[in-house]
Design a binder for this molecule. Structure first.
Ligand code: FE2
Ligand code: FE2
Length: 320
C-alpha cells in the first residue's frame, strides 16, 4: 500500500463532519481550439451535442452558477469537498483549468477529492496525458496500490473516501457508457480490505440506479456495475456518491441496495443547479441541498433529507 506524499491530515476532533458534494459543472469554452485530429474524434459528436442539440442552452448560465458555487463554498467552508466528475464539456485542458480553479482544487486552496466524468475522459489521449488528474492534483492525493492512479482512498475524519474511476473513452458517438475494469476492481477489493476502521464511502461518476429505482439507460450505464456493487458491498461501503445524472436524488440502503446512494446532480445546469452539504453525525447523514437563485446570483438552502448509514462512528473511529 503506497501512501502518496502530501496526503492532507483531515483528522476530526469530534464525531461530526461537514462535506460539500457537487458534480457535473460542465465548463465549456466560447471558442474551442479544434485541431484536425479533433474533427475525427468523439469531440465532434460532443461539439454537435453542445452547439446543435441543446447542451449549450441548458448550460447557458453555467458560468454564473459556477462562480456563485465557488463563492458559496468559500463562505460555507465545508471540511472537505467532493467532486464526482464532468468538470468539462469536451475534455479540453482550458476547461479543467477553470473548473479546478473555481472549485478550489488549484494550489490546494481547499481540501477535496475528485474523480473524472465521461466528458473529462472523452478521448484516449486526454486520459493518457493525465490532464484531469494534473489539474485536480491536490484532490487526487491518497493511499494507492501498485502505483496505479485509481482507486485511491483519503481519510477524512471518521470516513474513508474511496475514489473510483468509472469513466472511459468510447468511440461511437451515442456511447456514453462507463467501465471500471477488472484491474481496478481487484485493486479496490484489496484497498478496501487493507483500510483500517472508519466508514467507507465510494466516490465515482456513474450511478447505481436512477431516481425511479430503475437501471440507468443502456447507452449511459456502467458496464461492470454489478461487479463494482459486489466489491463495494464486500468491502463494507456504506454510501455511494456520484453524478452523471443532472437531477439530484438519493436512495436509502435496502430494496436490493446494500448501501445508501446520493446523486449530486449538476451544480450548473439551468433549473437543476444545486449541490449537497452533508453533516455526518454518528451513523446519520443530514443533507441540505443548496440551490442556485439566478436573480440573486447565489446558492440558498432548499430541501433537506436524512440517510441512515449502515454503520456509525464509534469512540474508537471518531477522530482516528
Ligand atoms: Fe454530466
Ligand atoms: Fe457524465
Amino acid at each position: 500500500m503506497t501512501q502518496v506524499p502530501g496526503l492532507p491530515d483531515h483528522a476530526s476532533t469530534g464525531a461530526s463532519l461537514r462535506l460539500a458534494h457537487f458534480s457535473d459543472v460542465h465548463v465549456c469554452l466560447e471558442k474551442y481550439p479544434f485541431r484536425v485530429r479533433d474533427v475525427f474524434s468523439k469531440r465532434t459528436a460532443g461539439w454537435v451535442n453542445l452547439r446543435l442539440l441543446g447542451r449549450a442552452w441548458r448550460f447557458r448560465h453555467a458560468d454564473n452558477a459556477l462562480r456563485a458555487l465557488a463563492h458559496d463554498l468559500d463562505e460555507r467552508q465545508p471540511e472537505h469537498r467532493i467532486f464526482s466528475g464532468d468538470a468539462s464539456c469536451l475534455g479540453f485542458d482550458e476547461e479543467f483549468v477553470t473548473a479546478a480553479d473555481l472549485l478550489g482544487a488549484k494550489a490546494n486552496r481547499a481540501p477535496g477529492i475528485a474523480v473524472p466524468g465521461n466528458h473529462d475522459h472523452l478521448l484516449r489521449r486526454t486520459v493518457q496525458s493525465g490532464m484531469f488528474e494534473q489539474r485536480f492534483g491536490s484532490w487526487q492525493e491518497g493511499i494507492r496500490l501498485d502505483k496505479a492512479i485509481y482507486p485511491f482512498a483519503q481519510r477524512v475524519g471518521p470516513l474513508w473516501l474511496v475514489a473510483v474511476n468509472s469513466s472511459r473513452p468510447n468511440l461511437l458517438p451515442w456511447d456514453a457508457t462507463g467501465s471500471v475494469g477488472q484491474d481496478q476492481l481487484d485493486r479496490l477489493a484489496r484497498l478496501l480490505d487493507q483500510l483500517d476502521g472508519g466508514m467507507r464511502v465510494l466516490v465515482t461518476h456513474y450511478p447505481v440506479r436512477l431516481d425511479n429505482g430503475k437501471p440507468e439507460w443502456r447507452s449511459r450505464r456502467l458496464r461492470d456495475l454489478e461487479k463494482l456493487v459486489g466489491v463495494a458491498e464486500q468491502g463494507g461501503v456504506v454510501l455511494w456518491m456520484h453524478g452523471h445524472r443532472h437531477r439530484a436524488y438519493h436512495h436509502e440502503a435496502g430494496d436490493g441496495l446494500p448501501f445508501a446512494v446520493i446523486c449530486a446532480g449538476s451544480a450548473t445546469q439551468t433549473g437543476r443547479w444545486s449541490y449537497g452539504e452533508y453533516t455526518i453525525e454518528g451513523n446519520m447523514l443530514h443533507a441540505q441541498r443548496r440551490t442556485f437563485q439566478p436573480q440573486q446570483g447565489c446558492f440558498v438552502p432548499s430541501d433537506t433529507f436524512t440517510l441512515r448509514l449502515a454503520s456509525g462512528l464509534t469512540a474508537a473511529t471518531a477522530g482516528a
